[in-house]
Design a protein around this ligand. Sequence first.
Ligand code: NAD
Length: 434
Amino acid sequence: MKIAVFGTGYVGLVTAVGLAEFGHRVVGADKDTDKIRMISSGKAPIFEPGLEALLAKNLKSGRLEFSDDLGRAVRESDVIFVCVGTPPHDDGGADMSQIEEVSRLIAGSLNGYKVVVEKSTVPVKTSSWIKRTISLYRKSDTPFDVASNPEFLREGSAVGDFLNPDRIIIGVESERARDMLVRIYDNLKERILITNIDTAELIKHASNSFLALKISYINLIADLCEKTEADVELVARGMGLDPRIGGLFLRAGLGYGGSCFPKDVKALTRIGEDLGVDMRLLREGERINAERVRVFINKVKQSLWILKDKTIGILGLSFKPETDDIREAPSIKVISCLLAEGARLRLYDPQAMGHMKEMFPGDGERVAYCTSPVEAAQGANALLLVTEWDEFKEIDLKKIKQVMANPILIDGRNMFDPPAVRALGFEYSCLGRK
Ligand code: NAD
C-alpha cells in the first residue's frame, strides 16, 4: 500500500514519518514548497523531540519522501491522510476551506479506488461534505471511500504518542476501507476501535472538550482555594487518587491554550448549538479559562502596584513545554496586557522565541529577548513563570535573586515549592495555594 499524507504541519509530518516507521511507503505532500524543500533535506520545520532523527532514518530507508506535486501524491497512493489545518472562524466554527481545497484536488487526480482519511480534527458530518465535494469534482465515476481516523498526539510528545497510541479510532462505512485502515495499523491491532464515521469525528471533539473542561474545573477550584486555607495542588492530588477521576489535566494555572483545545471547544459548541443542543457547559468552561490571565495579571499588580516602566521578566512563551508552538498561548495575552500597562519585558523561552518575535518584535526597549533565564531576570522588578519547561525546575534561584531589582516571583503554573522559594528570600505568589 502506498500512502499520501496531505499537510506536513505538526500532525502531518509526524504522521508521515510515523507511518513510514511502521514500514509503509509514504509521500508527505504540502503546498508550501519551502517547507517541502526543508523537510526533504532532513530538517524538521517544527521543534518536536525525536522527530528529526526519525525523519532522517526514514528518508534514508527510501520509504519516505516529500513532494509539492499534490496531483502525483494522489495518483500514486491507495490511501490519503488529510492533515491540513482546520482553524477557527470568527464565529467559533471550524474553517473548513483547507479540507475543501484538498478534497477538490483529490477529485481532480482520482485515478482508481482510494480511501480518503480525515486525520484533521473536523466537525461531525464533515465526511458527507468531503464525499459530496469529491463526487462533484471527479472526472469519472472512479470509486472512493471516506473514513475518519482522528489524531490524538500531543505536541511535545508527538512522536511517542503516534508510535504508541492509547487508542486508534477508525470510523468507516465500507468493509474495504476498514480492511485497508486496519492493515495500516496492523502492529497496533488490539488498540483499534471501529465505529461509524459520525462517531469517530465526535470522539475527537468530545475528548478535547472534556480535557479542557477538566482544566477549567480545577481552575475554578483554585479560585475557591484562594479564598480559603485550602491548597489546590493537594486538592488535585487528593482528587486524582480516585481512579474514576485520575490525576492528569488537574493542574491549576494559567489555563489551556494551543492550537487544539481553544478551537475544538469553540467548534463543538458551535456544532451543538447549530443542531439545537444547549452547550452552555462548554461556554462556561471557556469563560473560566479566559479569566485565568486576568487573575494572573491581578497577582502581578498586587505585587508591583503600578506596572508602567516596571521591568518584568517572563519565563516560558510556548503554549506548553517541549514545543515551539505559540498558537493561542496564554503568554501572548500576558505580554499584551503588560505592554498595555506600560511595562518593559524581558522574555525567555527554550524554543519559542523565534515565533514570538514575529508577533512582538524585540526592540530592546519595551521587549527584549534573552538567552537565558538569568538574563531575563536581570534588573527585573518581578519574574513571571508562564510555561513550565523542565529547564526552569533546575534554574539557580540564588543567582536569579542576585540579578533582580526586586526578588518577586509570580508562578503561573505552581511549579516551584513555596517554602523553598521563600526560604531563599523571594516574595512568591502562585495560584490557588498560599
Ligand atoms: P499546521 O497548520 O501545523 O499544518 C497544516 C499544514 O497543511 C501546513 O503545512 C499547510 O501548508 C498544509 N496545507 C494547507 N492547505 C493545503 C493543501 N491544500 N494541500 C496541501 N497542504 C496544505 O496544522 P496542525 O497543527 O498539524 O493541525 C492539523 C490538523 O490536525 C488540525 O485539524 C488540528 O486540529 C488537528 N490536530 C492537531 C494536533 C496538534 O497537536 N497540533 C493534534 C491532533 C489533531
